[in-house]
Design a protein around this ligand. Structure first.
Ligand SMILES: CC(C)(COP(=O)(O)OP(=O)(O)OC[C@H]1O[C@@H](n2cnc3c(N)ncnc32)[C@H](O)[C@@H]1OP(=O)(O)O)[C@@H](O)C(=O)NCCC(=O)NCCS
Length: 151
């Protein structure tokens, strides 16, 4: 298995993996092709993201996306893992771990202070790779107006 940077030619494979991965949102192929995918490729080329794929026998079987963010509190950049998925039939063979270890190596090279990950499905997977629990991750959706305080 090879871990390498994602390229524009991986779009079909990554879209297929993304479609099986997301639970809270519905992926839109036009938005993916025209906006999000090229923007992430560009961010990775500029060092603002790590966008990696796992390739097995010339097929992409997993991908990882992490964004590099400048911070004041940590005195440097942090790398936040946002997306990680491995094709269902390829799971349990070390692919996910290989993607995380590659991202950890990139974080060391880039002198990021820490690697963080919000997760509700795979905390034990990350604990096995040296992560520890540090905070509760909350979100507020811009489409969720019912939760705004009444004026
Ligand atoms: C989580 C995921 C990326 C792991 O990929 P993988 O290639 O199967 O992982 P590995 O083979 O490297 O597994 C390493 C270890 O973690 C364990 N593990 C795998 N997925 C796990 C999960 N969801 N929860 C807890 N432990 C998990 C494995 O059993 C294995 O344990 P072992 O070393 O004791 O055998 C994969 O299961 C996946 O794509 N899941 C759906 C998407 C998802 O949940 N992504 C994470 C969102 S934050």
């Amino acid at each position: 298995m090879t871990i390498r940077d994602a390229t524009l030619s991986d779009s079909d494979d990554i879209y297929r993996l993304l479609s099986g991965f997301v639970t809270s949102y519905a992926p839109d192929r036009a938005v993916f092709d025209d906006v999000t995918f090229p923007r992430i490729i560009e961010a990775a080329a500029g060092g603002r993201a790590e966008f990696l794929v796992a390739e097995q026998d010339s097929s992409v079987v997993g991908y990882l996306l992490a964004l590099r963010t400048p911070t004041l509190f940590a005195g440097g950049t942090i790398l936040e893992l946002l997306e990680l998925t491995v094709d269902t039939p390829a799971r349990g063979r070390g692919t996910g771990s290989a993607l995380i270890r590659a991202a950890q190596a990139r974080a060391r090279e880039a002198k990021d202070v820490e690697v963080t990950v919000p997760t509700r499905r795979a905390a034990d997977f990350y604990r096995g790779l040296g992560f520890h629990e540090t905070a509760v991750h909350l979100k507020w959706s811009t489409t969720c107006w019912s939760t705004t305080p009444e004026s």
